[in-house]
Ligand binder design. Structure first.
Ligand SMILES: [Zn+2]
Length: 226
């Protein structure tokens, strides 16, 4: 039933805090379900490279150091997804929408295309766990490889080149707390928005990468997504 209502083609919004493993899960889903991962950065770069009208507009804002307005961004997304609809190619949105107005614009766009969002999937990780994960990330001074130190402080040096590891300012606890606060402030209304529309599903984001993937596969099975 769900299949018939929502269609088999996957149109997925992925939500999850910094450190939730959202990007990695998107890559896993991309392979398993043969869908395309669309990040706003990639979309913008491609539109600019293609020299489309909207790409030119986006470039103007970016050159001035301004944010690309939602209307332009959704326009670019609309052009791209129209190609996918024509090919029946499923896709995952990573990093969009970030605000309720963007979410509204997205649903309006899908409505215009005569299709429905399959679901918004939240990878739910408790804040303490995100802090623990993010603050254990260290970067190599020589090759910029990032690695995670365990509670014993291992590894002591870069596992790729043996170089010295340091903690980037971005990965320090205070910065992390700020990032999480911004995330939570922006995302909480988004979660309510999709929940109210019966479009939100969440999976427990605690544990190993493979365990979290398995939970997502189970959920998709249940929903008849193949
Ligand atoms: Zn290294």
């Amino acid at each position: 039933m769900i299949n018939e209502k929502r269609g088999i083609m996957m149109r997925l919004v992925l939500l999850g805090g910094p450190g939730s493993g959202k990007g990695t899960q998107a890559d896993v889903l991309k392979k398993k379900y043969n869908v395309i991962k669309l990040s706003t950065g990639d979309l913008l770069r491609q539109a600019i490279r293609d020299g489309s009208e909207l790409g030119k507009q986006a470039k103007n804002y970016m050159d001035k150091g301004e944010l690309v307005p939602d209307l332009v961004m959704v326009g670019i997304l609309e052009e791209k997804t129209a190609e996918f609809e024509a090919k029946k190619q499923g896709y995952i949105l990573d990093g969009f929408p970030r605000t309720v107005p963007q979410a509204e614009a997205l649903l309006k766009m899908l409505d215009k295309q005569g299709v429905e969002l399959t679901m918004t999937l939240l990878i739910d990780v408790p804040e303490e766990e995100l802090v623990r994960r993010l603050s254990s990330r260290w970067t190599c001074r020589d090759c910029s490889y990032t690695t995670f130190k365990d509670s014993n402080g291992n590894p002591a040096t870069c596992t790729q080149c043996g170089g010295e590891l340091y903690q980037r300012d971005d990965d320090k606890k205070e910065t992390i707390m700020n990032r999480l606060e911004v995330y939570s402030k922006n995302t909480r209304p988004l979660i309510s928005f999709f929940k109210d529309k019966d479009l939100l599903e969440d999976v427990d984001g605690f544990g190993q990468l493979e365990e979290i993937s398995a939970r997502i596969f189970d959920l998709f099975d249940m929903k008849g997504i193949k």
